[in-house]
Design a protein around this ligand. Structure first.
Ligand code: FDA
Length: 395
């Protein structure tokens, strides 16, 4: 075998690429990983606030957004969160479960990267960093030709694991999409997901100075609803509920924010009127919501008076405001801060079991570059592991 020839070349040393490489090399394949950044797994390192929310034990196809909701099923069923956890435990990485089945490292996401690198080293994967690829072509012999600072590398199979567009400063590029187009694949429009929403004009002004205030809400848009914390930022709204719903929201769409999730707002107001008729709304709301937020609501959205002064229609109107706070998001913070990219390589052209292109044998797409995007909570890594594992077994 020539030194520049590999059975498998993987473009992108992120979560999916490293998983695919270790599995393929574990099956005896000669594997090269080409990574553009100066180190592999940068997103793993920064994930989960440095503790990497590496999977979610509740993972199911319903936790993913894709034009084809069935596409993710096969790989997720074949490589489950328990499989990944088995590897984590084998490497003696301490972990804990947060809410909703989210598993995090106790110490540092560095341990996950080290685990992946150890597994790759064990089976002889070659990893090259700072390796920008200038061109990819298919030769007459059917082999892929990859030009980079290494010169020309040839490979029988090429796995595109170059991720999405979020956090360009970490190495993200549209390379995978360009490559897909080059070989005739469709690419569905991309946009930032799991991203803070921005406010403008009076909506932003009215929240001035509240940055850092957090409260539980139910956020709904585009047919999806998430009950979790919302955080006011100096540009708009963030926190898990907002990040989740951002993947379903597009500028111009309605965004519904229930400030008293799971509570009967009208019943609460009526009870306050009955039991504490002389108390002001502002005081009572401050008991149910963060005080500064409640006071601001009363300055701009809910005129505060002693409870006994409200008529029944007024109470109903106020309950409606609390159940659907009329705030209008103007946009998102974009790829600069987004955790994921929605859209991507159209799954129609890709096998859901081997992740091989239906158009060009030997070409595979895995991970976030595909039009499969998970919710917040470890689902995106689980998709990277599962798709990487499936392709690693097929190449
Ligand atoms: P990933 O982005 O991991 O890897 C792609 C790799 O390809 C990168 O290393 C990139 O540099 C490289 N590359 C790009 N273009 C290239 C080129 N032209 N040539 C060579 N290499 C190239 N998910 C989750 O489940 N739990 C979590 O806790 C978090 N937390 C989180 C925090 C933050 C801040 C972000 C931005 C994202 C998360 N995510 C997450 C999402 C998760 O990081 C993401 O979905 C996976 O890393 C996707 O794995 P991939 O391997 O597909 O892409």
């Amino acid at each position: 075998m020539r030194s520049g020839h590999y059975e498998v070349a993987v473009i992108g040393g992120g979560a999916a690429g490293l998983m695919c490489a270790m599995v393929a090399a574990g099956r005896g394949r000669r594997v090269l990983v080409l990574e553009r950044a100066n180190r592999v797994g940068k997103k793993i390192l920064m994930s989960g606030g440095g503790r990497c929310n590496f999977t979610n034990t509740g993972t199911g196809p319903e936790n993913y957004i894709s034009a084809n909701p069935h596409f993710c099923k096969s790989a997720l069923a074949r490589y489950t969160p328990w499989h990944f956890l088995e590897m984590v435990e084998r490497h003696r990485i301490a972990w804990h479960e947060k809410e909703l089945g989210q598993l995090f490292c106790d110490e540092s996401s560095k341990l996950i990267v080290r685990m992946l690198l150890d597994e790759c080293a064990k089976v002889g994967v070659r990893i090259e960093t700072e390796c920008d690829i200038s061109a990819v072509a298919v030769g007459d012999d059917g082999r892929f030709r990859i030009d980079s600072r290494l010169g020309r590398t040839t490979a029988d199979r090429l796995v595109v694991a170059s991720g999405g567009l979020s956090i360009p400063s970490m190495g993200a590029s549209g390379f995978g999409y360009e490559l897909a187009r080059q070989f005739g694949h469709g690419v569905l429009p991309t946009r930032a997901g799991l991203v803070p929403l921005t406010l403008s004009g009076k909506h932003l002004e009215r929240l001035d100075g509240l940055s850092g205030v957090s409260l539980p809400v139910e956020a709904s848009a585009g047919g999806a609803a998430f009950r979790n914390a919302m955080l006011v930022t100096h540009r708009g709204l963030s926190g898990p509920a907002i990040l989740q719903v951002s993947s379903y929201w597009q500028p111009g769409d309605g965004l519904r924010l229930d400030l008293l999730p799971g509570q009967d707002a009208l019943g609460l107001l009526q009870r306050w009127q009955r039991e504490r008729p002389d108390a002001e709304l502002k005081t009572l709301l401050s008991e149910a919501l963060p005080r500064r937020f409640a006071q601001r609501l009363c300055e701009h959205w809910l005129p505060s008076r002693p409870m006994k002064q409200y008529t029944s229609p007024q109470l109903r109107e106020m309950a409606a405001t609390l159940g659907a706070w009329p705030i209008v998001a103007s946009g998102t913070e974009g790829y600069r801060t987004a955790e994921v990219t929605l859209g991507g390589v159209d799954t129609d052209g890709v096998s859901s079991s081997t992740f091989e292109s239906r158009l060009l044998p030997g070409l595979h797409f895995i991970g976030e570059v595909l039009d499969v995007t998970g919710w917040l909570g470890g689902y995106n890594f689980q998709w990277a592991w599962a798709s990487g594992h499936a392709a690693g077994q097929a190449v």
